[in-house]
Design a protein around this ligand. Sequence first.
Ligand SMILES: NC(=O)C1=CN([C@@H]2O[C@H](COP(=O)(O)OP(=O)(O)OC[C@H]3O[C@@H](n4cnc5c(N)ncnc54)[C@H](OP(=O)(O)O)[C@@H]3O)[C@@H](O)[C@H]2O)C=CC1
Ligand SMILES: O=C(O)C1=N[C@H](C(=O)O)C[C@H](O)C1
Length: 239
Amino acid sequence: MRILLLGYGKMGKTIEQIALERGHTIAGKIDIQNRPEMDRLGSDDVDVAIEFSSPEAAFDNITYCLKKGWPVVSGTTGWLEHRSEIENLCNEQSGAFFYASNYSIGVNLFFRLNRQLARMMNSQDYQRSMTEIHHIHKLDAPSGTAITLAEGIVEETESLSGWKLAPEDQEGYLQIVSKRIGEVPGTHIVRYESAVDAIEISHTAHNRAGFALGAVISAEWLSGRNGVFGMDDLLKNLD
Ligand SMILES: NC(=O)C1=CN([C@@H]2O[C@H](COP(=O)(O)OP(=O)(O)OC[C@H]3O[C@@H](n4cnc5c(N)ncnc54)[C@H](OP(=O)(O)O)[C@@H]3O)[C@@H](O)[C@H]2O)C=CC1
Ligand SMILES: O=C(O)C1=N[C@H](C(=O)O)C[C@H](O)C1
């Protein structure tokens, strides 16, 4: 496939390496400096755009691609208040849009484990909390992955009605603590604490290769499909 890399930072570069290893070609590498280069690419020059840019840029980038008729795989976090607008545009254009807050297969297994544990703990008297740790360059907090985990816990827990980012803390809300340390690629910890014991589950990314591989596999999977998709569609047969 001819892949347009929209956002050529830490993720864009890792995706390029994995895409080339899997036999794909790169139709363009776009970042903030050379964005006008996209205008020179025609509808037929790109098979799929993989978009990992910034919270401020994602909405315009995805809109641009869908209007151009390019299928889009996006992993940018921190812009999801506009998600339904993008999904509507995709459907209006009969386009293809794939989104995941985290493309790592391990994290998507962790999402399922998290939900199952939350369901088991629903009627148990434990204090629930979450910590996410990322590198100091990250622009958004909490991480998109932490939000997905929190949504899973809130949906499975009758006593919770939402989440709050620390230092905000309110009864009936799951507190998420965001830490920014060095070059940490991404760690998520869910903790249940009682007077007598604690249960903790965690996922630790050792590098960005798992995210990038998942994004390239998603782009391959999206080929020939129209509609709005996510990792649950791709991993349907994983149960
Ligand atoms: N879903 C997932 O699995 C994962 C998601 N992410 C998310 O992906 C996003 C990118 O992460 P990462 O690669 O680490 O970040 P980087 O800051 O390393 O890279 C972002 C890139 O986007 C470019 N960019 C900024 N604005 C625009 C624009 N308007 N048009 C085109 N390109 C633009 C930047 O250009 P310049 O350098 O010139 O500013 C930079 O090259 C983040 O939101 C992050 O949370 C990250 C890892 C995994
Ligand atoms: O910015 C990052 O680096 C990451 N962002 C994603 C998120 O916000 O969850 C995924 C991963 O944790 C790395």
